[in-house]
Design a protein around this ligand. Structure first.
Ligand SMILES: C[S@@+](CC[C@H](N)C(=O)[O-])C[C@H]1O[C@@H](n2cnc3c(N)ncnc32)[C@H](O)[C@@H]1O
Length: 193
């Protein structure tokens, strides 16, 4: 969910969106932005965990954009989240998400360095190759924050999706649907079997 970066354009396109996030702050920002965009009535925001989403409805599409599954720390949590997405879907429904697997070059280039990502906002990446974690620190004029993300290889996502009851329809290398060719980003479309 986050601040509605994807959910608000989706609602603007006419869809009814149920948005789940474990951060009340994110939902607050999203609610304000939805109001401003005139789509508040099409956006149903719910505080909860994506592994146990507070959603009884069954839907044709579940999306989990911008690497949100990287907040899951191990296969048990990943399978919980994928299983929960599967349970939300109607038969033949689809799960669409993107994840990230860092390249050696990216790790070497950014390791432990503060980099200005946007004007006035610095970001620092501390990679742990053995644990496959990225500790991301962000600082700006309004404060600072640190979070940890956990990555796995695309092949692992493929296996987990199959274990959770999905058939992988596509794995793209970017949002323009170019085929995945071993890059850092992968965009998945999976069908509830
Ligand atoms: C990288 S942001 C992506 C936000 C949005 N999907 C987007 O594309 O802009 C990840 C979001 O996931 C939320 N989050 C992290 N762990 C979560 C969990 N276990 N359950 C629900 N939301 C979670 C965070 O609060 C954050 O808003």
């Amino acid at each position: 969910m986050g601040t509605g970066r994807i959910a608000i354009p989706t609602a603007l396109a006419g869809a009814h969106v149920i948005g789940v996030d474990s951060s009340a702050g994110m939902l607050e920002v999203c609610a304000r932005r939805a109001q401003e965009a005139g789509v508040a009535e099409r956006l149903d925001l719910r505080l909860g965990d994506l592994r146990r989403p507070p959603v009884d409805e069954r839907v044709p599409l579940v999306t989990c954009p911008f690497r949100s599954y990287l907040h899951l720390r191990d296969d048990e949590e990943r399978l919980e989240a994928l299983g929960a997405a599967r349970d939300l879907l109607r038969p033949a429904g689809r799960l669409v998400f993107d994840v990230f697997t860092p390249s050696r070059e990216d790790i070497e280039e950014t390791q432990g360095r503060w980099i200005e990502r946007e004007p006035g906002i610095d970001e620092r990446a501390d990679w742990d190759l053995a644990a496959q974690t990225l500790t991301l620190s962000v600082r700006g004029s309004q404060g600072s924050s640190t979070m940890t993300l956990w990555w796995v290889e695309p092949q692992r996502w493929h296996t987990l999706l199959a274990e959770a009851g999905f058939e992988v329809l596509a794995c793209y290398g970017w949002f323009d649907r170019r085929p995945f060719a071993g890059g850092e980003d992968s965009v998945w479309i999976a069908l509830r079997k």
